[in-house]
Design a protein around this ligand. Structure first.
Ligand code: HH2
Length: 271
């Protein structure tokens, strides 16, 4: 999943793609690099950010979605928690709703997704972006995130969203300290065991800076390591800013996984 932030204030690329032409060109680049999905968002959810109203989100993302629909084959996702934004994006040709509030941001969201037959990503967040990084605490972060996602999955299905269209995301960096992010990646298999495909967004995030001492623009290698670890532990989709390098890293990780299986098979056959 390639990230396309049409915002003035996203944490790593704020302002770069606020101009619709620049945003469309970047979307085409992500598609050319082999993205399976392009996630278009008009609201930053970085720690400390203020919410952006639906009108302004639509003003930012709609022209970009409309143009990309014409120009790329890649499926499009709308990154929003607002039902009216999701509805207009789906009408413009998006087929995936990435809701970081997991249906808690707008009571009308589930119906919009259900009626459109769209895919839906439900993400875990502790608190809200403005305050979520103020001393987040958990007894056991993995079991708490897992219980939350199971609960939101049940709500979504109860409100008519087809279960086979639902993706789950532990929300790396959303109300989590360094050790929480590391534990969630390390024990991602427990989230995947819920039985729905898992999305992980670690790209350029602050915990990578804490581990490497590098600013956002220099966190690609750290992000690739996180993507490979998440893949190994069962992630089905990686939400990333750099699609080409991530595809390469995952091609090697997937090849090695296949190799491991072939190796085991060989051992079983006594070779
Ligand atoms: N992370 C961000 C935004 N949306 N959606 C999902 N499903 N998972 C994530 O981890 C996730 C997300 C934050 O990253 P970014 O879009 O680069 O920054 P900003 O929120 O500042 O626009």
């Amino acid at each position: 999943m390639g990230v396309l932030n049409v915002t003035p204030d996203s944490f790593s690329d704020g302002g770069r793609f606020l101009d619709p032409d620049a945003a469309v060109a970047h979307g085409e680049l992500l598609a050319g690099e082999g993205a399976d999905l392009i996630d278009v968002g008009g609201e930053s959810t970085r720690p400390g950010s203020d919410p952006v109203g639906p009108q302004e989100q639509l003003r930012r993302v709609l022209p970009v979605l409309e143009a990309l629909c014409e120009r790329v084959e890649t499926p499009l996702s709308i990154d929003t928690s607002k039902a009216s934004v999701a509805l207009a994006a789906l009408e413009a040709g998006a087929s995936f709703v990435n809701d970081v509030s997991a249906l808690r941001g707008d009571p009308a969201m589930a119906a919009v997704v259900a009626e459109a037959g769209a895919d839906l990503c439900l993400m875990h967040m502790r608190g809200e972006p403005k305050t979520m990084q103020e001393d987040p605490r958990y007894e056991d972060v993995v079991s708490e995130v897992k219980a939350f996602l199971e609960g939101r999955l049940a709500v979504a299905v109860g409100e008519g969203v087809a279960e086979e269209r639902i993706w789950l995301d532990p929300g790396i960096g959303f109300g989590k300290a360094l050790e929480h992010n590391l534990e969630l990646i390390g024990r991602l298999g427990e989230i995947a065991a819920i039985g729905r495909p898992v999305v992980v967004g670690a790209s350029r995030k602050r915990f990578l800076g804490a581990l490497t001492g590098r600013p956002e623009a220099q966190r690609l290698a750290a992000g690739l390591a996180a993507a490979v670890l998440a893949f190994e532990r069962g992630a089905s989709m990686l939400r990333v800013h750099e699609v080409g390098p991530t595809r390469d890293a995952l091609a090697v990780a997937a090849g090695a996984t296949l190799g491991k299986r072939a190796d085991l098979q060989g051992q079983r056959q006594g070779q």
